[in-house]
Design a protein around this ligand. Structure first.
Ligand code: ARG
Length: 459
């Protein structure tokens, strides 16, 4: 397909140049945004009398027909074109002749591509937000079923204090709520229309930039034309928000992988969301979780690529910036794919409550509560801490737990103990008493569920 810029060249473009220069393989996904942007531009050119109203109408109709034909498959995208903008303008001109050639008045591919990426990412951000909301919904459901499911909470991967499975997974819901906020924030700053920036220096035509922006659903127009064409902050911000989402999914994935192991056996993945081994018949592997953990590296790579592409280029547009699309689209597609597989994996996994309860018992995770019991008897916390530490050491020596250690031994270490201590250190009570906002008690977790649902717009 012919280039848009033939006039000053005497020779044909070398095939190698076109192959290297062309972006159509990765920008053709923006065909609809490109067409809608062109329609808005044409409408504004007509309204401002920059082109004839009748021709503006013809251009808009011609573009609508091209959109239909691409969508229905009757118009295949020519992969030899330089980019999607060239392809669509070329097709319009082939259909409308000279009228088609008027579309690019007062516009450059530089402001055009800046527009198309914004429109595309704006749509993608909404899709990703919906997928995150779905995952938050699944986490809330799982939490509601597990407010009494006691498990050990960990620090340093050492059993630390008793919590519930509901409390544990609501931590991920809290992360995902922040992710929604970050996506909204990025989408808001993205929603500014660069059309009218031209190649870099705006244009002499009397454009109505506000009209085009309004037509395309933007909140406002870019402030400066050099920045308008060469700003890719919105790609970087989105990729950063997506990277943080991947950090969260990857941490969650890591826990799922551990919990599936025979060493933990806290959860069992549904057969439909696990895989086997070609040689070891007994294996059931958490491949989805591992891939999600692995793919986080890809998305961080995309963010690093974008930062690196942008950091050294002088104003305004430079061809380096064509590299933005593969990186940011890869980040978008990867996050969408991860969420699509991850959410039903979580939804269908079985929670092995008895194993969690067993892991919580006997590991001294109620030692803090034992010390707090002594504080209740009037001891300063530091003394209570020391006495409980001695009790734990004694239990380890005797092969007992705080639950099975006889009261005489308790009293020997600290006379303030009496029989009530067994009730005070029961895991159910340890959890139920943590009524503090954000804590593991049933009421606290229900409040967290309600807040997460509100943030995800559920119910
Ligand atoms: N394919 C180009 C890109 O993605 C479109 C802009 C081309 N502009 C130019 N001055 N060559 O960046």
């Amino acid at each position: 397909m012919a280039q848009l810029w033939k006039g000053r060249f005497k020779k044909e473009l070398a095939k190698e140049t076109n192959d290297f220069n062309s972006s159509i393989k990765f920008d053709s996904r923006m065909f609809e945004e490109d067409i809608r942007g062109s329609m808005a531009h044409a409408a504004m050119l007509g309204a401002q009398g920059i082109i004839d109203e009748g021709e503006s109408k013809k251009i808009i109709d011609g573009l609508a027909a091209i959109l239909d034909d691409i969508k229905s498959g009757t118009l295949p995208i020519d992969e030899s074109a330089e980019d999607i903008h060239t392809f669509i303008e070329g097709e319009l001109t082939a259909r409308l002749g000279d009228t088609g050639k008027r579309l690019h008045t007062a516009r450059s591919r530089n402001d055009q591509v800046a527009l198309d990426i914004r429109l595309t990412l704006r749509k993608e951000a909404i899709e990703i937000k919906d997928k995150i909301k779905e995952l938050i919904g699944v986490l809330c459901e799982k939490a509601e079923e597990n407010t009494n499911t006691i498990m050990p909470g960990y620090t340093h991967l050492q059993r630390a204090q008793p919590i519930t499975f509901a409390h544990h997974i609501m931590a991920y819901a809290a992360m995902l709520c922040r992710d929604l906020g970050r996506l909204e924030d990025a989408a808001r700053r993205m929603n500014v229309c660069p059309l009218g920036s031209g190649a870099l220096a705006g244009t002499t035509y009397p454009l109505d930039r506000e009209m085009t922006a309004r037509e395309l659903g933007f909140d406002s127009i870019t402030l400066n034309s050099l920045d308008g064409v060469s700003d890719r902050d919105f790609c970087i911000e989105l990729a950063a928000a997506l990277s943080i989402i991947m950090v969260h999914l990857s941490r969650f994935a890591e826990e799922i992988i551990m919990w599936c192991s025979w060493e933990f056996k806290f959860v069992e993945l549904d057969d439909a969301f696990s895989t086997g081994s070609s040689i070891m018949p007994q294996k059931k592997n958490p491949d989805i979780a591992e891939l999600v953990r692995g793919k986080s590296g890809r998305v961080f790579g995309d963010l690093t690529a974008l930062l690196t592409i942008m950091k050294g280029i002088a104003l305004a547009y430079n061809k380096d910036m064509q590299e933005d699309k593969e990186a940011v689209f890869d980040a978008v597609d990867t996050v969408k794919m991860c969420l699509t597989a991850f959410t039903p994996m979580i939804k269908t996994m079985s929670v092995l409550k008895d194993n969690m309860r067993r892991a919580a018992a006997g590991g001294f995770i109620n030692a803090t509560d034992c010390a707090d019991y002594l504080v209740g008897k009037g001891l300063p916390f530091r003394d209570a801490y020391k006495a409980t530490g001695e009790l734990v050491a004694l239990c380890i020596d005797m092969g007992l737990t705080l639950e099975t250690l006889p009261i005489e031994e308790y009293k020997r270490i600290c006379p303030a103990f009496d029989e009530e201590v067994y009730d005070a250190i029961s895991l159910e009570k340890c959890v139920a008493d943590r009524r503090v906002a954000g804590g593991p008690s049933k009421q606290s977790v229900y409040a967290q569920i309600a807040a997460a649902k509100k943030c995800a717009g559920i119910e």
